[in-house]
Design a protein around this ligand. Structure first.
Ligand code: BGC
Length: 767
C-alpha cells in the first residue's frame, strides 16, 4: 500500500508522508471529499503543476459540442489559494518544503494537509489546511487554513482565495456564461450556466483571530478573487475559514436562504460544523462498518476505505442520478453509469441501505424511454439499456478510443453498440432487491415494467439457428471487452435466459394485479413467444474438460503467448500497445472476469469443483486490465472455500486504488472495485446470500480473521451478524417483525431475536 494507515480510537486515517508529484493525481482521487451530492478532488490549496482540480456534482451533465459525449462537468474550484508572505509567493512547487503530510480520515472524510516551508527571509512557517464535504448538508463545503509562524514574523501576509470557474474537462469548457458577484462586501458568488441549468457556488470567508481587515475582491476571468491581509508575530498564527454553498440551479434553494445558512455556519465555526457532519457520518458507519478481528490495519483500512467511497458516491436522497464508474472523484469515464452500478455497487446498498438501492433502480426507470428508443433504433423490441448512461437514458458511449498501433487511427468502441448484457444485469438487480425487501410498491410502479421491457428486448435480439434447433444470440460483447463480435457469449445467454424466465414467471401475477400495464405492454401476445425462448435459447454447456465455453469460438483461438508481461505491467491495457484490438480479439485473452461473473451470480449452477476449474482456466488467460476483475475472482474462490486462492485475488482488489502504482486512479477511484471489496467480504468470506426467502450463511473466513462483525437489513429488519471460525451469532435490531428463515450450511433455523449457531464440520447446532 502506498499510503500509511494510522488508527486513532475508532477512526483510521490514510497518510501520504511525502510530497511526490507523480502520486499527485492518484492521491487527489483517493483522498477526495465526497458526500453523494458532490465530490471534490483532494488537490491541495496551493497551485500545483502536477495536479488537476475537480469538483463534480452528481447528475450535472453536459455535452459541449455535437462531436463530444455528455460528461459530468468539472465545476468551479473554491479550495485553491495562493499565499504571499512579505512579498514572497509560497508553494510546494517553488519554496523549500522540508515537511509535508496529507492525511485523509476514512471515517470522517476530513482531509488535512500540513506543509512546513523555509522562506527566503530565513523564517519558517507551517501551513495546515483542513476541509470536508458535509453530509449533514450536502451542499456545504468547508475549509480552514492555519498559518503558524515557527521562526520570524510576518509583516504583510496575503492569502488570495476565491472561486474559479475556469476549470475544464481536459480542455473542454462547459459553461456558456459565468456570472460573478459580491454581496454585502463579503459573499462571493460565481454561477456557471449551461443551456438548461447552472451551477452556483456561493462562499463566505472569515479570519478567526480577530483581525478585522476587509477583504478586497477582484473580478477575474470567470471567477472572483478575494485578497485577505494579515500579520503574524513570532510564534503566532492566523486562521482563515471558508464556507461554500454549492447547488445546481434546478435545486432551487433561494440565495437569501443560502446566505443565511452560511452565516450560521460561520458563527458556529469549523469545529462545530464538522461535529454535525461527523454525527451523520457516525450514524451511517454504525450500519456500514465491518469489524474484523485478526485483520491487519492495512486490511481494515482498505475495507473501510471502500465503504467511505461507496457512501460518498451515492446520491442519497434522489433518483435523478446514479453512481458513476469513478464516483464523484474524477473525469474518468465521463461520469457515466455502467453495469458496475447494478452488479458491483448496488449489493452493498441493497443489504445495508435498501432505500438507496431503490433510488439506483428508480434511476434506471427514468432511463426507460431512452432504452426503448435505443431498442427501436437497432430494430429490436422493448428496452435496450445504454452501455454508458448519463442523465437521459440515451446511449453515451464514446465512439472512438485507443489508437490502433498498425493504422494509427482511433479504434472504434463497440461496447455502446454490442455490449448488451447490461439490460439483463439491471433485471438481475431488480429481482435481488425485491426478493430481499418485498418492495411491492416499487415493483408495481417501476420494477415489473422494466423486467417485461427487458424480456421483450432479449426475445427480439435472438435469432433462430436451424442447425442448433435453438435461439441464439449472435455478435455481442460479453463482460470481457477483449473479446468482441462473438456468438453465444455464455454470460449474456444465461443472463438473457434468466431475464425472460423471470418475466414468464411473473406474467400471471402481474396480469391479475396490473391489467393496464400488461395491456399497454401487450404481454398477452408476447407471453407464448417468451415461453418458447426460455425453452429453446441455446445455453453453452460444459465441455469434456468441464469448461464452460465463454462463447462459440473462444476455445478454438490461440493463447496470448507472453501474457505475464501484461499481467505484471503497471500500465493498464498495455497489450494494446503491442497488438491491435482485432489481434487481441482473435486470441484467448481476457481483459476481465466474464464466465467467472456468471459463476458469482448463480452460485448454485455448478459444483464447487467445476467453479474452481473454470476460475483457474479463465484466470490464467486474464490480464485483469479492468478493476472489476480481481474482486470477481476473489469472490468466486471464496464462495467455494478456496480461501487461499481467494485471498491472493482479494489482496490485489483491496489495493486497486491504494497500491504503489502511481498511474492508477489518476482520473478517479474505481467505484465497482469498492463494491467488489464488500461483496468479496460479505458474499465471499461470510458466505452470505438471500435465496428462496431465507438468509444463507456459509462462512469461510480467511484463516487469520478470527471474528467478523457486520450489519445487514433484510425485509425491514436490521440484523447484526458475528462470525467466528466455528460459530456465529445473529441478533435483530428490535424484536418486532416477521421471524426470518436462516440457513447455515444445510441446517435451517428461525431467527426471532437472536440465534447462536455452531457450524463447524457441517454439524450445525443451534443454542
Ligand atoms: C470495463 C467494464 C466497466 C467499465 C467501467 C471497463 O474497463 O471493461 O466492464 O464497466 O470499465 O468501469
Amino acid at each position: 500500500m502506498y499510503y500509511t494507515p494510522e488508527r486513532s480510537e475508532q477512526e483510521i486515517c490514510l497518510v501520504q508522508k511525502k510530497y511526490e508529484p507523480q502520486f499527485e493525481l492518484k492521491t487527489e482521487s483517493v483522498f477526495a471529499q465526497c458526500n453523494g451530492y458532490l465530490g471534490v478532488r483532494a488537490a491541495g490549496g496551493f497551485p500545483s503543476l502536477d495536479g488537476k482540480r475537480g469538483m463534480f456534482v452528481a447528475g450535472f451533465f453536459h455535452r459541449a459540442y455535437k462531436e463530444e459525449v455528455t460528461e459530468l462537468v468539472n465545476g468551479p474550484d473554491a479550495f485553491g489559494f495562493r499565499l504571499k508572505i512579505d512579498g514572497e509567493e509560497i508553494g510546494p512547487d517553488r519554496t523549500d518544503m522540508p515537511e509535508y503530510e496529507r492525511r485523509f480520515n476514512i471515517h470522517t472524510g476530513e482531509l488535512t494537509i500540513k506543509e512546513r516551508f523555509c522562506l527566503k527571509s530565513g523564517s519558517r512557517i507551517k501551513v495546515t489546511e483542513r476541509r470536508f464535504a458535509s453530509v449533514e448538508n450536502p451542499h456545504l463545503l468547508v475549509q480552514k487554513v492555519k498559518i503558524s509562524m515557527e521562526t520570524g514574523k510576518i509583516v504583510k501576509g496575503e492569502l488570495l482565495s476565491g472561486i474559479d470557474a475556469q476549470q475544464t474537462n481536459s480542455g473542454v469548457s462547459h459553461f456558456c456564461k459565468v456570472d460573478c458577484r459580491v454581496y454585502e462586501r463579503r459573499f462571493i458568488h460565481v454561477q456557471g450556466y449551461l443551456e438548461k441549468d447552472a451551477l452556483s457556488v456561493l462562499a463566505v470567508c472569515q479570519s478567526v483571530d480577530g483581525q478585522k481587515s476587509v477583504p478586497v475582491f477582484t473580478l477575474a476571468r470567470r471567477g472572483i478573487l478575494g485578497s485577505y491581509q494579515f500579520e503574524i508575530e513570532e510564534n503566532g498564527c492566523w486562521e482563515f475559514e471558508k464556507y461554500i454553498y454549492v447547488q445546481k440551479q434546478s435545486d432551487q434553494v433561494p440565495l437569501d436562504q443560502q446566505k443565511e445558512y452560511l452565516k450560521e455556519c460561520k458563527s458556529a465555526g469549523y469545529e462545530s460544523v464538522l461535529d454535525k457532519h461527523k454525527n451523520v457520518m457516525r450514524s451511517r458507519w454504525k450500519k456500514a462498518a465491518i469489524q474484523i478481528q485478526g485483520a491487519s490495519l492495512e486490511e481494515e483500512a482498505a475495507i473501510a476505505f471502500a465503504q467511505y467511497h461507496l457512501m460518498g458516491m451515492m446520491p442519497w436522497n434522489n433518483s435523478k442520478s446514479s453512481v458513476a464508474a469513478k464516483g464523484l472523484t474524477g473525469e474518468g469515464y465521463k461520469g457515466h453509469v455502467f453495469w458496475d452500478t447494478e452488479l458491483f455497487i448496488l449489493p452493498f446498498f441493497q443489504y445495508v441501505f435498501p432505500e438507496q438501492a431503490r433510488n439506483l433502480l428508480d434511476y434506471r426507470y427514468r432511463g426507460l424511454e431512452g432504452a426503448r428508443a435505443k431498442a427501436r433504433e437497432y430494430g429490436y423490441q422493448g428496452a435496450m439499456y445504454p452501455w454508458e448512461a448519463a442523465s437521459s437514458g440515451e446511449e453515451e458511449t464514446p465512439l472512438y478510443a485507443a489508437l490502433n498501433i498498425h493504422t494509427g487511427k482511433a479504434t472504434k468502441v463497440w461496447s455502446g453498440i454490442k455490449e448488451h448484457h447490461v439490460t439483463a444485469d439491471i433485471v438481475y438487480a431488480i429481482w435481488q432487491y425485491y426478493s430481499m425487501t418485498d418492495d411491492e410498491i416499487f415493483m408495481n410502479q417501476h420494477g415489473y415494467e422494466m423486467i417485461f421491457e427487458a424480456a421483450a428486448f432479449w426475445v427480439s435480439r435472438a435469432v433462430w439457428d436451424e442447425d442448433r434447433d435453438a435461439w441464439v444470440i449472435r455478435d455481442v460483447i460479453g463482460p470481457d471487452e477483449y473479446t468482441e463480435h462473438v456468438d453465444n457469449n455464455a454470460y449474456t445467454n444465461y443472463m438473457a435466459h434468466y431475464c425472460v424466465s423471470l418475466a414468464v414467471k411473473l406474467t400471471d401475477k402481474v396480469e391479475q394485479e396490473q391489467p393496464e400495464l400488461c395491456h399497454r405492454l401487450q404481454i398477452g401476445e408476447k407471453k407464448k413467444q417468451w415461453m418458447q425462448f426460455v425453452e429453446k435459447l441455446y445455453l453453452p454447456q460444459l465441455n469434456q474438460e468441464q469448461i464452460l465455453p465463454q462463447d462459440d469460438t473462444f476455445l478454438s483461438k490461440k493463447c496470448l503467448p507472453n501474457i505475464e508481461k501484461y499481467r505484471t505491467s503497471q500500465i493498464k491495457q498495455s497489450v494494446l500497445k503491442d497488438y491491435s484490438r482485432d489481434e487481441v480479439v482473435d486470441m484467448q485473452v481476457l481483459k476481465q472476469a466474464d464466465t467467472v461473473m456468471l459463476l458469482n451470480l448463480f452460485p448454485q449452477m455448478f459444483s464447487p469443483q467445476t467453479v474452481k476449474k473454470n476460475v483457474l482456466f479463465y484466470e490464467s488467460r486474464t490480464i485483469h486490465d479492468s478493476s472489476l476483475s480481481y474482486c470477481a475472482h476473489a469472490q468466486a474462490c471464496a464462495a467455494i472455500g478456496e480461501s487461499e486462492i481467494a485471498w491472493k485475488f482479494f489482496q490485489k482488489c483491496m489495493v486497486i486504488d491504494l497500491d504503489e502504482n502511481p498511474n492508477d486512479s489518476e482520473d478517479g477511484i474505481h467505484a465497482a472495485s469498492m463494491g467488489g471489496i464488500w461483496t468479496c467480504v460479505v458474499f465471499g468470506f461470510a458466505g452470505l446470500s438471500f435465496a428462496d426467502g431465507a438468509l444463507h450463511l456459509n462462512p469461510k473466513l480467511p484463516k487469520h480473521w478470527t471474528q467478523m462483525d457486520f450489519y445487514v437489513r433484510i425485509r425491514g429488519r436490521g440484523i447484526h451478524i458475528r462470525i467466528r471460525a466455528k460459530e456465529l451469532w445473529l441478533k435483530t435490531e428490535n424484536a418486532k417483525g416477521e421471524p426470518l428463515q436462516v440457513q447455515v450450511g444445510d441446517q435451517k433455523f428461525i431467527l426471532k431475536e437472536q440465534l447462536h449457531v455452531e457450524y463447524a464440520k457441517g454439524e450445525e447446532k443451534v443454542t
